[in-house]
Design a protein around this ligand. Structure first.
Ligand code: CA
Length: 232
C-alpha cells in the first residue's frame, strides 16, 4: 500500500483527487496548509508528498526546501500553469516532478508510480557498516554480527539481509525484494524468498518462531524492525 500526503487548500481539487487515489488503493492524508503538513510529516513520512505551491500560510517551495535538507522523500509539485516559472525553481529546490494544473488524476497516478519505480527500495550501496538494534552488517567484509557474535550467512542470505536492514522500518514488497536480490529474470517460485527468510531467522533471531528483527507484513512482504522498535 502506498501512502500519500496531499497538501492542497482547494477542496474542489483535493476532494476528487483523494477519491481517485483511494480507489487506486493509495492511503491518503490530505492537509490544507503548510502548518498541518509540517505536523503530519513530523509524525511519519509518507511514500510520496503531493504539494501545492500557493497555500494560505505560505509557499510550498519553502516546505520542499526544508524537507530536502533532511530527507529524500519523493515530492511532486502541483501547480497552476500560470506559475510555470515555478517549475524551474521547484526542481532546483529538490522536487522530483511537477504536474501543472489542471491535471488528470490518472496522469498523476502514473507519475507517482514512475517516481517510485525509479527510486525502488534504497539500494544498499553504502560501504559503511549498518547497525540496527543488535545487528551489525558490514558490506565491505560481508560479515554480520548479532549482539557482537559473528554469524555465518550464505551469499544470498547476506544480500537479503543487507537490503532489508538498509531499509530498516520500511516494508519491502515481495516483488521488490525478488527483483533486488534475485536475478531479474528469476521466474521460480517466490517461495524461495520465504525459505531464505526462514533460514535467516534461524541464524539471527533468538527465537525464530517469534522474530524481533525480520518481520512479516502479511500479504505484502517483509521488513527489518526499526531501531526505535528494537529499543536502542
Ligand atoms: Ca493553492
Amino acid at each position: 500500500m502506498i501512502s500519500v500526503v496531499l497538501v492542497e487548500d482547494e477542496d474542489s481539487i483535493a476532494a476528487p483527487l483523494v477519491r481517485h487515489l483511494e480507489r487506486e488503493a493509495f492511503v491518503v492524508t490530505r492537509v490544507a496548509d503548510l502548518a498541518a503538513a509540517r505536523q503530519r510529516l513530523a509524525v511519519a513520512e509518507p511514500d510520496v508528498l503531493l504539494l501545492d505551491l500557493t497555500l494560505p500560510d505560505g509557499d510550498g517551495l519553502d516546505l520542499c526546501r526544508e524537507i530536502r535538507e533532511r530527507s529524500g522523500l519523493p515530492i511532486i509539485m502541483l501547480t497552476a500553469r500560470a506559475e510555470v516559472q515555478d517549475r524551474v525553481v521547484g526542481l532546483t529546490v529538490g522536487a522530483d516532478d511537477y504536474v501543472p494544473k489542471p491535471f488528470s488524476a490518472a496522469e498523476l497516478v502514473a507519475r507517482i508510480h514512475a517516481i517510485l519505480r525509479r527510486r525502488g527500495p534504497a539500494t544498499p550501496a553504502e560501504e559503511t557498516p549498518i547497525t540496527v538494534g543488535g545487528v551489525t552488517l558490514d558490506p565491505r567484509s560481508r560479515t554480520v554480527r548479532v549482539v557482537g557474535e559473528p554469524v555465518q550467512l550464505a551469499p544470498r542470505e547476506f544480500d537479503l539481509l543487507h537490503l532489508l536492514i538498509a531499509n530498516a522500518g520500511k516494508v519491502l514488497r515481495r516483488e521488490e525484494i525478488m527483483d533486488a536480490v534475485w536475478d531479474p529474470n528469476w521466474f521460480g517460485s517466490t517461495k524461495t524468498l520465504d525459505v531464505h527468510i526462514a533460514w535467516l531467522r534461524r541464524k539471527i533471531e533468538r527465537d525464530a518462531s517469534a522474530p524481533r528483527y525480520l518481520l512479516t507484513a502479511r500479504g505484502v512482504g517483509f521488513r527489518f524492525a526499526s531501531s526505535d522498535e528494537l529499543g536502542d
